[in-house]
Design a binder for this molecule. Structure first.
Ligand code: NI
Length: 226
């Protein structure tokens, strides 16, 4: 499932994040690429220990924690600290798959990457190219969202960023381990949650709201890994 999550950051937060990130020290993105990624990766990144990355990362983590759509769709167990990348002057990231296991920087804690997140910090009108192309079960999807919006997609997907031929593409990207490892099961729970919310909003006293909420939680209880 590919899901766009609108307005993760408000315009004022995007502006603040950009001000902090623009003053930071950027490095060649190859530093964090694996063997396969390094051959196709051409961008700039902030080091994980960068104070700017930590500051804006904390802002994003806090915003996600109170975003009901993100919580329902991702059912996050552990979210890696947000990272940041920048593309300009023809920079690109060719087709690759993200590593399956990542270590939380500065710890021995390893996470399985179930979902990949890209949060756009520059508007689509600010640059040409820079589409995130994700190969989904039903074909390729091209993603280029307004600033402050985020795309959530399975980390199992092959994906690429097309060359940025004008302006600068600025994004945050990160991964998470979900309580529900299987994309199909997680998608079913999300669809069910959306339907229950809708039923509850239209008909709050309907007895099926309680029974379906019970089924939702009992499925989550059966499937969740922690
Ligand atoms: Ni990637």
């Amino acid at each position: 499932m590919l899901l766009a999550i609108p307005n993760v950051l408000a315009p004022a937060q995007v502006a603040e994040a950009r001000q902090i990130l623009e003053a930071a020290e950027w490095v060649d993105g190859k530093v964090s690429a694996g063997h396969q990624g390094a051959r196709v990766k051409d961008n700039m990144q902030l080091p994980a220990e960068s104070p700017a990355a930590r500051q804006v990362g904390a802002m994003i983590a806090q915003a996600l924690g109170s975003n009901p759509l993100f919580m329902s769709a991702a059912l996050p167990l552990h979210v890696l600290p947000p990272m940041f990348n920048r593309y300009s002057g023809g920079q690109t990231f060719g087709t690759h798959v993200d590593g399956s296991i990542r270590t939380v920087p500065g710890t021995n804690h390893r996470l399985r990457t179930d979902l990949s997140c890209t949060l756009f910090l520059a508007g689509p009108e600010e640059y040409d190219g820079g589409e995130l192309i994700i190969e989904d079960t039903y074909g390729s999807k091209s993603v280029k969202l307004p600033a402050g919006h985020m795309i959530l997609y399975p980390s199992t997907s092959l994906h690429q960023v097309t060359p940025v031929t004008r302006g600068t593409r600025l994004c945050s990207f990160f991964w998470l381990q979900s309580m529900i490892r299987d994309n199909g099961r997680r998608g079913l729970l999300f669809d069910m949650d959306v339907a229950i919310q809708r039923l509850g909003a239209e008909n709050p006293t309907h007895p099926s709201v309680v029974s379906l909420t019970g089924v939702y939680h009992n499925l989550l209880r059966q499937w969740a890994e922690m």
